[in-house]
Design a protein around this ligand. Sequence first.
Ligand SMILES: Nc1ncnc2c1ncn2[C@@H]1O[C@H](COP(=O)(O)OP(=O)(O)OP(=O)(O)O)[C@@H](O)[C@H]1O
Ligand SMILES: [Mg+2]
Length: 476
Amino acid sequence: MFAGLDFGTSNCSIGIIQHGQPTLVPLEDGKTRLPSCLFIEKESSESVILAEAEIAARMLILKTRQTATGHALSDEGLMTIARKQLRKEYRENTAHSKRAQSIVEALRANSDVIFGEEAELSHVAEPENGFYIKSPKSFLGADITAAQKVVFAGIVEKMLAFIKQEAQYLKQIEIEQVVIGRPVNFHGLLGRDGNKQALDIIGTAALKVGYKQVEFLMEPVAAAYDYERQLTEDKLVLILDLGGGTTDCSMIQIGPSFVNQQDRQSGILSHTGQRIGGIDLDNKLALMALMPHFGKNAMLSNGLPVPNNLFRQAVSVNDVSAQQEFNARRTGKELDDYCKITTDPRLSRLKALRDGKFGLRVSRSAEQAKILLSEQTPIALPLHYIEPDFDIRISREQLSDAIADELRKFEVLMTEAIKQAGALPDALYVTGGTAMSPVIQQWIHRVFPDIQIIIGDHFGSVTSGLTTHAQRLFGR
Ligand SMILES: Nc1ncnc2c1ncn2[C@@H]1O[C@H](COP(=O)(O)OP(=O)(O)OP(=O)(O)O)[C@@H](O)[C@H]1O
Ligand SMILES: [Mg+2]
C-alpha cells in the first residue's frame, strides 16, 4: 500500500486511497492533523506493547461511557484514546530506570515519546519531565552542527515512525511506499545546501522507519493536483501555499488534458518559495503587539530605550542563535541591570518571561491571538502565566500592521512566480493554515482584484495531492 505524507512545520498528516479517493487518516483522537511537536520524556521505561484484547476491553469501557455522555466517537477515535490511556497507565505503573540529562541521552535511551496535542499538554503541565520540540522541520535546512543534525535526524525518525505506525494500525494495512511533501525552500540559512540537508534527513529517516520507496513532491504542486480533481477544463493556476514555516508558489498547468500525463514536469512553469510562514507572523505579532507590554520602548534612567534586540530575541523561538543569545548568562545580567535603571514596571515581565523560560508559551499565545482574530476582533489575550490577571487587548488592525513586511514578501513571491512563468494565471488557488486569516484573504483580494481566487482546503489539500501523486507512482 502507498501513502501521501505532509510532514508540515505546524501539522503532519497522512493520506491513503479509500474508495478511489484520497482520504486523510485520523492520527490523534479522530483528528487528521497532528501538531508537529513531540515531548521526549526524561524517564525511560520499557517500550509499551499493548495486547489486542487489552485494547478491545478498554474500547468497550469507553463506548459504554460515551453512550452515557451522549458523545459519539468513531471506533477509530475510540481506539486511539484507548491505546493512549493504556500506554500512559503502563508508563505510570512501570518502575522508572534512569533520568536522561540531555535530549541526546533521552533519544539514545529510547525514552517514551509523546506526540501532537498530547505533547503540547505534557510540556505545559510538566515541563521539567521531558524535552519538548516544536516544528522540527523548521530546523532541518538551518546551519546546524553535526551533533545537532544527529538529534534532529532522531527526532524526525520518531515522528515519521509514529505516523506510519498509527496509520497502519488504524487502517490495518502495511504502507510501503510514500510520497512526502517538500517546500520549495526549507526554512534555514543554507539555501540549496539547506534543502539537500533537509531532504537527506527526511529521506533517510523515512527509509529507516520501514518505507521501501520514498519520493518527494513540491508541496504547492501537490496542492495543484488536489485542486485538479475538481476541474472540468484546463487552467493555468498560481498556487499559493501559506503554511506554518514556509510560503510556496507554483505556476502550473492542470486539468483534464494533463491529469493522465506520466511526466508533468513540462506543465510546471515556475516555483518560488521562502522560509516565512505562520510562525513568522506569530513572532511579529508577539513583537509588535505583546512586547510593548513587556517593556519594549521603555526608557532607562540614562535616557536610552531598552535595546529592541532583546525583545526580538525573546520572541524569535524558531531562531536557534537568537534563542542561545537570549538565554546566555550575560543577557540575564544585562536585563537585571536594565531593570535596576528603569522606573517602568513593564520590563519586569520580560524578566519573568526569561526566568520562567516562557518564550515558547508567549509564541504560542501570539499564535492563539492570531487564530482568535480570525473569528473576532478585538480579542483579550490572557497571559496569566506571566502575571495574574494579565490580559492584552489586540485588534485585527494590529495584526495587519504587524505583518505588513511579511505580506509584501508574499506578494514578491507571487509576482516572481508569474514573471518566471511568463504568463498570467487563470486562477489563484490558496491553501495552508495561514490563509485562514481574514487579514490574509482581504490582502490577497486587494493584490489580485481581477483574478479568480479559490480558497482551498487549508489543511488537507497538500496531503490529498501527495496521495493522488502516490497513486500515480505506485498504484499500478
Ligand atoms: N484560524 C487561523 N487563522 C490564522 N492562521 C491559522 C489559523 N489556523 C491555523 N493557522 C496557522 O496555520 C499555520 C499552519 O498551517 P499549515 O498546517 O498549512 O502549515 P504546515 O503545512 O504545517 O507548514 P509548512 O507547509 O510551512 O511546512 C500555523 O502557523 C497556524 O498558526
Ligand atoms: Mg504545508
